[in-house]
Each structure stands twice: as C-alpha cells, then as structure tokens.
Design a protein. Structure first.
Length: 375
C-alpha cells in the first residue's frame, strides 16, 4: 500500500509530495515516483507521537491496577495521536506500586491501541518540599532493591524512574539503575544547581516536567531549573498553557535546542473526560477550565492535555516550527528512554505507526502497523 501527503515528516527532513510504501505493517520505501495506486492522505504524515509520561486517560489510572484499564487507556490515546507510551505510576505504597507494575507486565502485550513501550516510575524517591500532587507520606531515599522488584514484577518493563537527586544514596542509585538499562530522571526536588548537575554527570539524563515541581532559577541560586537549562539532559515540558507560560517554554527550547526537549502530557485519568471530580492516587481532584487541580491546596495535579494539542500549541505560540514540534513529541522522548529503535520516527524497516494532520494541525487519522485505527 502507498500513502501520499503534501509533507512527510522524517527524523532529519520533511519530504514534499512523496509516497510512503507500507508492506506487512512496516515502512518499505519513500519515493517521489507515483505508483499505480495510492491513497492521498492530504496535508501531513508524521510519526506517531510518543508519550513517556502519562498516568491515565478516559477515567482510568495506572495506579488503580484494574484489569483491562491499560487497554482502555491504550485505545483512548489513539485520539491523541499517540502510538507508543510509557504507563506512569505515582508515589504510593510499595504494595500498590508492586501491583501496578505486575498488572502492566501481564497486560501490555494485549492492548489494542497505542503500544506499551515500558513503564515510568514517577517516584517515590522524592523530596517533600516540591511534592506537587505526589503523596509525601510514601517518599523515601532511593532503594535499588525496590526498583529491582518493580522491574521483575513488570517483566523487565521499567524504562525510567524519577528521583530527587539530593536524597541520600542518589548517585549510587543512578549508577545501578543505569546498569539495569533504566533511565533516571530528576524531579519533585529542592536540589541545588550543583547537586542536580552532579546527578547528570553521574548518569541521570532527564528532567521531569521542567519548571514544575523543582527549585527555580534565581541568579544567585540557579537551582534545578538552571541545571536543566545548562546540562545536556533532556527536559520534559508540559505545553498545555497552564503548567508553563509560553515564554518560559520558548526560553527553554532556545537554550536547550529542540533536540533536547521532550513534550509530555503528565495526563491523569480525567483526560478525554468531562469536567468534574476525579481522584489522583489518594487525592481528590477537580477538573475545570482545562486544568486538573487538587481540591485541597489547588496544586496542579497532572494535566488533561492531549499530546497532539501540545504540538499544535508550540506552533501556535510561535515557539517551534512543525518539524521541531513533531520531533519533540516523537523522536526526542523515544531517545530519552532508549526506545527510538522501535518508535519515534518514520524510517524504512520501522512499524508504520503514523498520524495524519490537516493544514490546521488537527488530527485526521492515526495508523498502527499501517492500518487506520482512528479517524
């Protein structure tokens, strides 16, 4: 089967008026020469988006460890343009994290929508001062034995874990996690600039939802944000217009370069749902006016952002062009956790997981393995 679009976004260029050949679910070729038969998909073909930080969708939450919930989330993400994702946990009891990891490990191969590429453990090794919507009563110093157990229960699915670098034992933990093939992210932390930079030097490679849940940038105390800006680690960014001012997003992307910024949603269970009351772990959340906030205290409690909208927002804010925004929502997050060998780009030999956007960057269709599954 051949598909045509005015623009096809690759990892290193944008093809104009090309044809993409798909055979047995994989990309076989790109050609300027018209085949006898093809389907004209319109304006833009881009790689399926990769969300490496997402807690839930369509009323389901990874932490509930409910049978079948992973599939509901997976199918729902197709309307967000997401074809690969990392189900993401919260800071909670060891027992609940054990169960969440076990359920994902049991069900990930059977999902019918976006492909599960691993697990992101957001916590529980954080600092209380910047807890955000994370539960401080379960926070502790990093424990490599717990990580080994979570990885074992999930059948080796853990790809990324977030910690506060100022906690005791953080550097040794980074070394051991990296040796297991697990990326270490830094977040929910009051670390100094020096401590955060040291953690990056020792192997941490991601900053969790940069600007949010971390010590800010001050000219006499650069903090976590300063370290995010001044190291080569990849910075996650939530571009819903609520978590980060567009100007701050612009500054970060200008400083880091688009190839070091990963768009994520941090979406919670209310994604794709109506406004109202929800839960995030043990906390009550109110969803209203495009935000999810804790009922007690009003802190942002994740988001209800769709990754396709983060891409459009960057372009609408005049912060990035189409090519850059697409890479930040596909290739960069995939690279950050070492899954760019299976997703994040349109390339010969890769699964034909792609999206179709119209001239206004609206999502027209989502394809998995060359088959239209949404739109």
């Amino acid at each position: 089967m051949f598909y045509k679009a005015k623009y096809i976004v690759l990892e290193d260029q944008v093809l104009e008026n090309f044809y993409m050949e798909v055979c047995h679910g994989k990309i076989k070729s790109f050609s300027k020469n018209p085949p006898e038969e093809f389907e004209d998909l319109g304006e833009i073909i881009a790689p399926g988006l990769v969300d490496t930080h997402i807690h839930g969708y369509r009323g389901e939450d990874i932490m509930n460890a409910k049978k079948g919930a992973l599939n509901i989330i997976s199918k729902g993400l197709l309307e967000c343009g997401v074809t690969s994702f990392l189900p993401t946990t919260l800071t909670d009891s060891t027992e609940k994290l054990n169960e969440a990891c076990r359920v994902v490990g049991e069900e990930y191969k059977d999902v019918e929508g976006a492909k599960v590429r691993g697990i992101f453990l957001e916590g529980p090794f954080f600092t209380e001062k910047y807890k955000g919507a994370q539960n401080e009563k379960y926070m502790s110093d990093p424990d490599i034995e717990k990580l080994k157990k979570w990885n074992e229960l999930s059948k080796g699915l853990v790809k990324k874990i977030a910690i506060a670098p100022e906690r005791d034992g953080a550097i040794d933990f980074i070394h051991q996690a990296n040796a297991m093939g697990i990326a270490v992210a830094l977040g929910h932390s009051d670390a100094s600039y020096k401590d955060a930079c040291k953690a990056v030097e020792e192997g941490a490679n991601i900053f969790v939802h940069t600007f949010n849940g971390m010590s800010g940038l001050h000219h006499r105390n650069p903090g976590m944000v300063g370290a995010a800006m001044n190291t080569d680690a990849i910075s996650e960014l939530i571009c819903d217009g609520h978590h980060v001012n567009p100007a701050a997003a612009n500054i970060l992307i200008n400083v880091k370069g688009p190839n070091h910024v990963a768009l994520i949603t941090d979406c919670m269970s209310a994604g794709g749902m109506a406004e109202g009351d929800y839960k995030l772990g043990e906390f009550d959340v109110i969803v209203k006016d495009g935000t999810a906030r804790l009922k007690e205290g009003g802190s942002l409690a994740g988001s209800i952002l769709k990754l396709k909208d983060a891409v459009k927002n960057l372009i609408d804010w005049d912060v990035a062009d189409l090519f850059e925004a697409i890479q930040m929502a596909s290739l960069v997050p995939a690279k950050s956790v070492g899954i760019d060998d299976v997703c994040g780009k349109l390339k010969v030999g890769y699964a034909a997981d792609f999206i179709v956007l119209d001239e206004n960057l609206g999502l027209k269709a989502t394809f998995l393995d060359g088959k239209r599954v949404f739109g």
